[in-house]
Design a protein around this ligand. Sequence first.
Ligand code: SAH
Ligand code: SF4
Ligand code: F3S
Length: 482
Amino acid sequence: MKQQPGWVLPNLREAQKRTHQDSKIEKALFSIPAQCQGVGQGKRYYLRTYGCQANERDSETLAGILEALQFQPTEDVQEADLILMNTCAVRKNAEDKVLGEIGHFKHLARQREDLVIGVCGCMAQEENIVETLLTKYRHVNLIFGTHNLHCLPELLYQVMVGHETCVEVYSKEGDVIENLPVRRFGRHKAWVNIMYGCDKFCTYCIVPYTRGKERSRRMEDILSEVRTLKEEGYREITLLGQNVNAYGKDLGIEGGFARLLEETAKIGIDRIRFTTSHPWDFSDEMIEMIAAYENIMPFIHLPVQSGDSEILKIMGRRYTIEEYRTLFDKIMTRIPGCAVSTDIIVGFPNESDEQFEHTMEIVDYCKFDNAFTFIYSPREGTPAARMRDNVPMEVKQARLARLNERWNSYALEKNTAYEGRVVKVLVDGPSKKNESAYSGYTETNKLVNFSAEGAAAGDIVEVRITQARTWSLHGELVSREK
Ligand code: SAH
Ligand code: SF4
Ligand code: F3S
């Protein structure tokens, strides 16, 4: 690969650094330079999003910027003038999927010389991936990372008008950039970033390198966004961060997340959710806030990762399984009926049969409402990727299958307890196939399919649950607007 003048390539060594310098909060960094105005006039963009809610929210910003440049969205890749892949690097299979997709675009690029194919998001932050793109996927002509979404107008201009391949990926700790345009994809539910990056450095995880250092938005900026959303008719917001418990620590706000939860609740928006909370510094004050305010939903995503304290230590998770259990018990005592979901990794390097059985035991203990389970995937540059691993892939797959069977049985048990109960559901909308079949989510984040005449997306209705399944509940409408 030949470095071209003007390219800024990702650098793993730089991404690993953390300095004590404060992040800047930039309020006026975004503008559309005169020559870029209207660069998307008469053109269509196709945007694909992979990965977590942070990426979903970034895609709303990307769409906002593109529409400010007068691009129109399309769902059909064939008619797109710009294809943008907002990617995830958390596991190898996520990356392989994206690379496969990008491979398919080669024939489109052959037919259309002016087609722009862009890759952004977490994969664009990886040295090895960018090298692969620049050598083996040469039809990709735009690469930018997670730190410079606001530069998209200039970058597009260089590719579209200057006809140059453009690579601009910063491996820095990152700033907080406010006032970027946004085109929200939902009309009743919205994502609200409260912080960016991660400083936990769990030994298996690439996120601290792709997203930069942990940095919070100012509380007044977050609250003002929530107020605006409420005025616009949004009924549910989800506060987003890789570890929301750390909110405000960098700004010196004592008890930051608990305070933010309380201030957000006082605004009076109907439903407040948050993700992700780390078991390590989940404070009692946070539990008290969730218990105290009706509009903070009784649903907590609490990734355990493993049920074995030795593995947790090597993963750098900072809690023992006893501490996790104590936290879980406290949550269930203070917030009765609270739903808890989790993430679990099986087949971490050298995980023994006995250690895996400990994971099965914590699943038996917590009976999670939902679980996201993964086979460990080595990520270049992380400490765990350098560990020798004696667990064969077949063993990892067998463990995953057993684990899935076990947690599924508990999810069904949890759902069955809802039969006969009346629950509040925020309606997402009628199903595409059947006008009188609706779906939405309970306060505890359970998917409910129900029949009704004339309900509307955005209503909060009461539904009686008639039947439980592993993944969803079924019911009938009892009363309309609540
Ligand atoms: N910040 C969130 C997690 C974001 S990544 C948290 O700490 O909870 C989402 C999940 O992907 C993680 O919880 C973990 O279970 C999984 N994951 C992360 N890195 C992984 C890897 N290298 N292999 C397999 N799963 C991984
Ligand atoms: Fe990754 Fe751990 Fe940070 Fe979550 S807390 S993003 S798992 S390093
Ligand atoms: Fe994936 Fe990046 Fe999110 S690696 S999980 S999109 S922070």
